[in-house]
Design a binder for this molecule. Structure first.
Ligand code: RIB
Ligand code: CA
Length: 314
């Protein structure tokens, strides 16, 4: 029987918000055929992101390939955000151990193989530094012909979260993101500012992710960790779960407003490394991305309630 579901590869650095994003897409397995979850260095060292990825796939019983990802950026030294994601990268939560094996192939070859196999229908969601994807484009020049679209949690047109201008995923591997936006594949870029339209209050994040279900020990731990970090440690008023918002916009694009823009990455200026320079397209700056302006917060919250409902039943 032909599988009519959408073939999907997820590239990720789990990561508390990555984990919630993967829980969300897993609740839509009727529509998406997750072909691979490819870990990459990022929030925590690759040893932890890759362990989290394989344990999460097993925990959710996702039968997919787990490629061997990049342990550092293409050029720069690895940088992590351990304080942002807690010990081990999941807010202190330990997923059950597993003896599940990684794929024998590297993530960039897994992506290419699955893209060719899908005959041009493959879709890709990136939730971390895009090192694996950049290597894939460089190693396989025809890859761009086989990826239908890319949703990427990356960048910002406003204030950064890593230096004054840069968002973490791009800051860590700016050259890789420049390669991605130059690939010619349609890129839907969900930056810090657009995602913040779905920022949650303390009450909202804690009530949404503590709903009783078979995953509440995981989602509740992560939500409490994010809220405590953002509100008590950082004095923020809202909690934007960036990868989870990006995944919601991917699954339900009708809740999001995207605009065709031009994006380039600052690679040289010391204080602005990793800045995504997003501007209105013109003859010198052709549109090369769709940029998230905002998304419908009420719908986003409904989508999250439905996700928790799935795990009540599933
Ligand atoms: O800047 C936010 C992004 O960086 C998210 O993807 C988070 O998981 C970290 O990777
Ligand atoms: Ca991430």
């Amino acid at each position: 029987m032909t599988d009519r579901r959408i073939p999907l590869v997820i590239d990720t650095d789990p990561g508390v918000d990555d984990t919630l994003a993967i829980l969300l897409i897993n609740a839509h397995r009727d529509k998406y055929d997750i072909r691979a979850i490819n870990p990459v260095h990022g929030n925590v060292h690759y040893g932890d992101t890759s362990t989290n990825a394989v344990r999460l796939a097993e925990y959710l019983n996702i039968d997919c390939r787990i490629g061997k990802g990049a342990v550092k950026p293409v050029i720069r030294a690895a940088r992590t955000a351990g304080t942002v994601h807690g010990s081990g990268g999941l807010g202190g939560y330990d997923l059950p151990e597993t003896d599940r094996q990684f794929d024998e192939k590297y993530a960039w070859d897994v992506l290419y193989e699955e893209a060719v196999k899908a005959g041009g229908e493959l879709e890709l969601v990136t939730l971390g530094p895009v090192t694996n994807v950049a290597i894939a484009f460089l190693a396989h020049p025809d890859l761009k012909n086989y990826i239908k679209k890319i949703y990427s949690m990356a960048g910002t047109a406003g204030k950064g979260n890593t230096n004054a201008f840069a968002e973490f995923n791009v800051y860590v591997d700016p050259e890789a993101f420049q390669i991605l936006v130059s690939s010619g594949v349609p890129v839907y870029m969900c930056g810090l500012d657009g995602n913040a339209s779905c920022g949650l209050s303390s009450e909202e994040i804690l009530s949404l992710f503590h709903e009783e279900s078979r995953v509440t020990d995981l989602t509740g731990t992560i939500a409490s960790f994010i809220e405590d970090r953002n509100v008590r440690k950082w004095g923020m008023k809202i909690n934007t779960i960036h990868d989870h918002v990006t995944m919601a916009c991917y699954i339900y694009p009708e809740i999001a407003e995207f605009r065709p823009m031009h994006c380039s990455v600052e690679l040289a200026e010391a204080d602005a490394e990793g800045q995504t320079k997003v501007c209105e397209p013109d003859e010198d700056h052709p549109a090369n991305i769709w940029y998230l302006v905002k998304a419908d917060k009420q719908r986003y919250m409904e989508i999250t309630r439905e996700m928790m409902e799935f795990y009540k039943l599933g």
